[in-house]
Design a protein around this ligand. Structure first.
Ligand SMILES: [Zn+2]
Length: 286
């Protein structure tokens, strides 16, 4: 990717800017959807525009400029991920800002694609003036030695990454609970299932509203059609689908504008009801 990829929209008095972090394209294998037949999975992914057996995951963080703050939500991989991602800092600069301008970073959950960009590859803070606001339920799980001790092999790297990052950022971290207004106009919404403490954020200014859905689902084109599918990254599949159906129902009925971390760029749009499932209606990138 060579062209800057950022996209601004307004939410009342706030400016919200989608910042593309990049993509990862790989074979889907059999394991990405854990509870559906391979032919059904192939059909739905094909309808969503994926090639045979392919999985393309996109990554998008968000900058929010309010009268009081310049905040980031989920700063992406930074310099610590695959070579096809880690573009948020460059796109943030292309949008006209310097890393020192950020005074708050909101974290939805502690998977590496969402938090690794908090530090540079040298282990220094990437956003030198930012306080980092994290869900207490997420902190309590990933920082627990007991949970780390009983974690399956596949999660060990995640625990180590969390400790590497928050061991460095310690003093800058503030923990919040669901329901807190974490910044003026921005409220933490429960989203557990994908991880134990995953959090969505309602962003409200005046009568305008946008909800950052984080990883309530991976690609919403797929998971709006199949909200009961368990994705491999969902740590508690049943809880993730409960959260997904509850949130999708709420935002569809209230016609709330949405942002997703893993929707195709600029990752903003709406969810509408479609029979017993839903559909994803992306905003047009203008
Ligand atoms: Zn993610």
């Amino acid at each position: 990717m060579t062209a800057p990829a950022f996209c601004r929209t307004s939410v009342g008095d706030f400016t919200v800017t989608a910042l593309h972090d990049g993509t990862v394209s790989r074979d889907r294998g059999d394991g990405f959807i854990c509870n559906a037949d391979g032919a059904d999975v192939e059909a739905v992914f094909s309808q969503a525009g994926f090639g045979p057996g392919r999985l393309v995951i996109t990554f998008t963080g968000f900058m929010i400029v309010t009268p009081q703050h310049l905040a980031l939500i989920d700063p992406g991989f930074g310099e610590n991920g695959p070579p096809t991602a880690g573009r948020i800092a460059a796109n943030f600069k292309a949008a006209g800002h310097a890393p020192g301008d950020v005074d708050r970073i909101l974290i939805s959950h502690f998977h590496g694609d969402h938090i690794s960009g908090l530090l540079t590859s040298d282990g220094a803070p990437s956003w030198p003036n930012a306080r980092v606001l994290v869900p207490v339920a997420e902190w309590d799980f990933w920082m627990s030695d007991e949970e780390m001790g009983k974690a399956p092999e596949a999660l060990r790297g995640n625990f180590a990454n969390v400790r590497r990052i928050f061991g460095t950022l310690g003093e800058r971290v503030e923990r919040f609970v669901w329901g807190d207004e974490v910044l003026p106009g921005i409220t933490a919404i429960p989203g557990a299932g994908h991880t134990p403490g995953m959090t969505a954020f309602d962003i409200v200014s005046g009568t305008d509203r946008l909800r950052f859905m984080a990883d309530v689902c991976n690609n919403p084109t797929v998971f709006a059609r199949q909200p009961d599918w368990h994705a491999a990254f969902d740590m508690n599949g049943d809880q993730a689908t409960d959260t997904r159906r509850r949130q999708f129902s709420e935002v569809a009925d209230a016609n709330i504008r949405l942002a997703f971390f893993h929707a195709p760029f600029p990752a903003i749009g709406h969810i509408a009801r479609d029979g017993n499932a839903f559909c994803w209606l992306p905003d047009v990138w203008m």
